[in-house]
Structures are given as structure tokens and as C-alpha cells.
Design a protein around this ligand. Structure first.
Ligand SMILES: NC(=O)c1ccc[n+]([C@@H]2O[C@H](COP(=O)([O-])OP(=O)(O)OC[C@H]3O[C@@H](n4cnc5c(N)ncnc54)[C@H](O)[C@@H]3O)[C@@H](O)[C@H]2O)c1
Length: 338
């Protein structure tokens, strides 16, 4: 049998643990050969290594020249993504780096250049592109089922302590800015306007309101907050077209809610009148698949075939550029155009 893929997870904190669990499932399914883990927190690495019966290390440099490791998932704090991803690609490893790809556009650009010059796969953890309900929605938008998309709206709300490495724009809003462009096949929005609230620390915003104008007369709104106790953990997306609308609850990958509803325009005595035509709503059931597992399977597929990932370096780089624009708009109070 040909050698299967060996993968190491660098960083096994809150989110890295999920990469480890998911790769362990892929090992059990015979999709990859083995997983190793690395965390500078030895206790954490040891415990997880024991729980999944896998080898653990505490110095990522030991993986750079490990012939059994073809690729790494980098799930460390965001400011460390750039140096780690650079070093691993230069050492000949394929890289999946979590979002945000970097905290700086120039660094993101450098990583895509390195991927191009070394031929390494560079993927960024824009997990919602791999969400089954998003895939279904995107297919339906692409075939014109929704007509012209007029508005999109997304909420990511919860109540909790702020992250140490970044505010809501890089932690959450980065998902939205990518998703809005992805759904409409737009390279960049026309412009972005945003306000943020930093109520605890001056450099870590806990709330952001983002408005993006994109495509043909489409406006998209995102509301991100760690300061909203009223709705539990809310993660949703609403897309409103001229023919139909849809809602995704990101926490329910197996459902796409369709609203067969539209505004009809009629001429009456030389005046335009508007009315609502509502033919009801229904849920499209979708076979359950865990978004992270879909993402990691896409990564493994690309390692093995050298195909381009669904969320490649350019996607990550572009999202960083848009996140920077969001923060610039919030700081200056001005619209930022692309
Ligand atoms: N795609 C998603 O939906 C999603 C969700 C959550 C977090 N994330 C991203 O994942 C990344 C990690 O977030 P988290 O919440 O798991 O953080 P975390 O602080 O819980 O975990 C980070 C881990 O990295 C380890 N680490 C730091 N430097 C290291 C190094 N040089 N070598 C090895 N280990 C090192 C730390 O000891 C820690 O265990 C962030 O970039 C975050 O944006 C993505």
C-alpha cells in the first residue's frame, strides 16, 4: 500500500483539540496514516497524547525535519501563525493555518508567495466554506434560485471573556467578510464601513458592526459580539434575494431554511405599489457532516492530489485585508473602498 499522509497538529488548546480528534477519526477511517501533536504546554500535550494514544512533542522544530510528517495544522495563537507557517512551508511541509491567516496583510501576502514558490499546499481554516448548509445555499444561489441577492445579514453573538490574541473582527468578523464574498463570487467588496466597541481593553474590541457593499446592489451586515448575553450562542446567516430568502443556523449543519417570499412591484394609476407575496417556508434537510471534518478532509485531499484547497492562501489573505479595512473604518469613522 502507498504511504498515507502523516499530519502534526501544532497547538492543542481550545480549537487544536478538535483538529486532533478529527484527524484521529481520519486515521481510524484509513484516510491518513498517523497524527502527532505539539504544544509548548507539556501537560496539555501529554494529556491529549494519552487520551488519543498519539505521540506528543513540545518543540515544533522537531517536526520540521520529521520524514513521517507531510503536513501540519497550525492552531496556535494568531500572532504566531506567520512565523510558524513560513518555517513549515520552507521545510517542505504542507500547511493548514487557522484563521485569521495572519494579523497583518503583508505577512499574509508573504505566505502565499512562499506557497507559490515552494509548491506547498497552503490552506486557511475558513471553516464555514466547508459547512454543508453553506454548500447547499451556494449551489442554489449559483443557479439563480434566489434571484438578485439584495441583502445578507449575519450574527455571531455570545457572552464571554474576550480573547487575548485578537478582538471580534479577526476572531469572528473574518468569517463573515469571507462568506459574503464567497456567496456572491465577488473578489473584493466595493467598500466596508464599521464601528467597534472596546469596553474593557483599548485594543481588543468585543463588539463590531460591519456593513459591506458588494456585487450588484447588495449590502451585507455583520454583527459580532462577545458582550451579548441575550441569545445564548448565536451564529446565523440570512440571505435575501429578489425571488426567495434563506437562513442558516451555523450550529445546525443539517438544515437550510428557505423562505418562498418576495416583494411584488405593480404599477397602479401611474404609481408603483409594493406587496408581499408569501408562499411559505420550509427546511431542506442536508446529510449531517461536521464542518471541521469536511475542512480537514479537503486539506488531506489536496495534500494527496496537489489540488487547490477551497479556502487557499489567497482566500485567507483577502480576508485579512478586509479585516484590516474593517478596523481602519472603525478607527477613522470613514468608509474604506477597495
Ligand atoms: N476556525 C474556527 O472556527 C476557529 C475556532 C476557534 C479558534 N480558531 C483559531 O485557532 C487558533 C487557536 O485558538 P485557540 O482558541 O485554540 O487558542 P488557545 O490559546 O486555546 O490554544 C493555543 C495553543 O497553542 C499553544 N502554542 C502557542 N505557541 C505554540 C508553539 N510555538 N508551538 C506549539 N504550541 C504552541 C498554546 O500552548 C495553546 O495550547 C487561533 O488562531 C484562532 O483564531 C479557529
Amino acid at each position: 500500500m502507498d504511504k498515507l499522509t502523516g499530519i502534526a497538529v501544532i497547538g492543542t488548546g481550545y480549537w487544536g483539540k478538535n483538529h486532533v480528534r478529527t484527524y484521529s477519526e481520519l486515521v481510524a477511517e484509513g484516510i491518513i496514516d498517523h497524527v502527532k501533536i505539539c504544544d509548548i504546554n507539556e501537560k496539555r500535550a501529554q494529556e491529549l497524547g494519552k487520551a488519543f494514544n498519539i505521540e506528543y512533542l513540545t518543540d515544533y522544530k522537531d517536526i520540521l525535519s520529521d520524514p513521517d510528517i507531510d503536513a501540519v495544522s497550525i492552531v496556535t495563537p494568531s500572532p504566531t501563525h506567520f512565523p510558524l507557517a513560513k518555517e513549515f512551508m520552507e521545510a517542505g511541509k504542507d500547511v493548514l493555518v487557522e484563521k485569521p491567516m495572519t494579523m497583518d496583510y503583508t505577512e499574509a501576502e508573504k505566505l502565499t508567495e512562499i506557497a507559490k514558490s515552494t509548491g506547498q499546499i497552503l490552506m486557511v481554516g475558513h471553516i464555514f466554506r466547508h459547512h454543508p448548509a453553506v454548500k447547499e445555499l451556494k449551489n442554489r444561489i449559483d443557479i439563480g434560485e434566489f434571484g438578485n441577492i439584495r441583502m445578507m445579514s449575519s450574527n455571531r453573538l455570545s457572552y464571554g471573556a474576550p480573547r487575548k490574541d485578537m478582538g471580534v473582527v479577526y476572531a469572528l468578523g473574518i468569517h463573515e467578510v469571507d462568506m459574503f464574498c464567497y456567496l456572491l463570487d465577488v473578489e473584493y467588496p466595493k467598500n466596508v464601513t464599521a464601528t467597534t466597541l472596546c469596553s474593557l481593553q483599548s485594543d481588543i474590541e468585543e463588539t463590531a458592526m460591519i456593513t459591506m457593499e458588494l456585487g450588484e446592489n447588495t449590502t451585507a451586515y455583520a454583527f459580532e459580539s462577545w458582550l451579548m448575553p441575550a441569545y445564548g450562542k448565536q451564529r446565523d446567516l440570512v440571505v435575501v434575494g429578489s425571488e426567495k430568502a434563506a437562513k442558516i443556523d451555523y450550529l445546525k449543519p443539517q438544515e437550510l431554511h428557505i423562505y418562498d417570499i418576495r416583494i411584488e412591484e405593480t404599477d397602479f394609476d401611474g404609481k408603483t405599489a409594493y406587496s408581499v407575496e408569501n408562499e411559505g417556508d420550509y427546511i431542506i434537510p442536508i446529510p449531517y457532516a461536521e464542518p471541521l471534518k469536511e475542512e480537514l478532509k479537503n486539506f488531506v485531499h489536496c495534500i494527496q492530489t496537489r489540488e487547490r484547497p477551497l479556502s487557499d492562501g489567497f482566500i485567507g489573505q483577502r480576508a485579512v485585508k478586509m479585516a484590516e479595512a474593517v478596523l481602519e473604518s472603525a478607527k477613522t469613522g470613514r468608509k474604506v473602498s477597495f
